[in-house]
Design a protein around this ligand. Sequence first.
Ligand code: BG6
Length: 509
Amino acid sequence: MNTIINDNPLRQGMRLKRLPQPCTLIILGATGDLTKRKLIPALFSLFKQELLPQQFRIIAFARRPKTTADFVADMRQGLQEFAGIAVNDRQAEQFLALLHYHQGDFTEIEPHRQLAGVLQRYEAENGVPANRLFYLATPPSQYEAIVQNLGAAGLANSNNGWTRIIIEKPFGHDLASAMQLSGVVGGVFREEQIYRIDHYLGKETVQNILVFRFANGIFEPVWNRRYIDHVQITVAETLGVEGRGRFYEETGIIRDIMQNHILQLFSLFAMEPPAAFDATAVRDEKVKVLKAVKPLSPEDIDRKIVYGQYAAGSLLGKDLSGYLQEEGVAPDSITATYIAMKLYIDNWRWAGVPFYLRAGKRLPKRVTEIAIQFREAPLQIFGVAARDEIAANVLTLKIQPDEGISLKFDSKVPGPGGNIRPVTMDFRYGTSFGETPPDAYERLLLDAMIGDSTLFTRADENERAWEIITPALEHGQKLSVLPQYSAGSWGPAEAEELLKRDRRAWRRL
Ligand code: BG6
């Protein structure tokens, strides 16, 4: 019998259980929303699937005075709310017993030294290697202090095991601060220890972009300027800023979604085939395509970008206030909650193909997708009269919430009339695999424990993404008012104009 040894993590992930070595996860900023809402439910799900190592422990490190029992009670309540567990769930209690609370101020070295002591004692008592995964779930303003204190407390390396650090987005506030942060983190940790997380890369449907493109032979030949008219990438949310007004004032849609989530979708979609499915080859190709993006020039930026801010409106019968009325938002704020932007890639595959990217809060529907509109057939032998509706061929990669892929093409309407109408061919994850995809954080936490950084952002990739959006950020700051759109609508009228000028239209979703 032939044994195929396969190092491909995606394949292994599908076929085999990938088990990490014994390790300790240290969540810094563990009393924040992310831990309760995302990290603990994802870890609990891995625990239930027996994907966590036998000897595993979670240290929750935060400033608030709490006991381990208090913290466990908070997380139990979080699991009830976000993972739907029942009261007295036996598995949940076994999982919660892995938690330990460590109190301290991130700006001081001492709590980090004490943490080193806690880790060493635990590792010695249990005879486990010093494998440590730090997760920075604090506000980004604390990253530098934490990294320096971890270094000063001797926690950047261990003699007997590996040390890795996961850093939540946003990694930097602009190009200069991203480079500064890279310098600080890079002064303490080596690049291969650093895992910059963008949770979009953990989504099954996002990983499937690569499988769809490179595991199938039939799509790659048409994946270029000869066949594709244009591409639309949409990240639409019904949510507003959800009580995070102050955070959003500093962030805005460009930093929150465009710099990371959308540019990740964009680069996976447009990159060249990597020579292998590994962290270096995949990320090299992503950087290459980001480098080929044509810079937005000050002369025509007005014609390539539309900003927007939601005003009061209504959604599903509910009245919603405008962004300026949200708590923590300045009454004259020019923070964008919507952006639409046109980019070109200057390379042989994509020259001349517009990529229309849009993201917005308080839009009518939650939907993330990449839609590829193909060129028309060279000759319309059926004539326009035969068509009930003019429609191009569109291939849609549906990232969420109706995960799947669909292809729209023309078909003959049954009957003697010879009419033509577009129909769709659909693949749905739920129907084909009988399950809904796991949460993105499960995959990413597991990969970081295993030491696979393919689905994490490299420093050069992150910096290139900042470079692409810097002109958009700078231009936005010069505006005194932003185009408004009613909450619950598809964005400002100016966004429609952006495509109309090119004789195209946004998809109606
Ligand atoms: C986060 C942003 O990164 O992504 C949020 O900070 C946004 O503002 C969220 O709501 C969207 O993620 P998802 O997985 O719901 O599409």
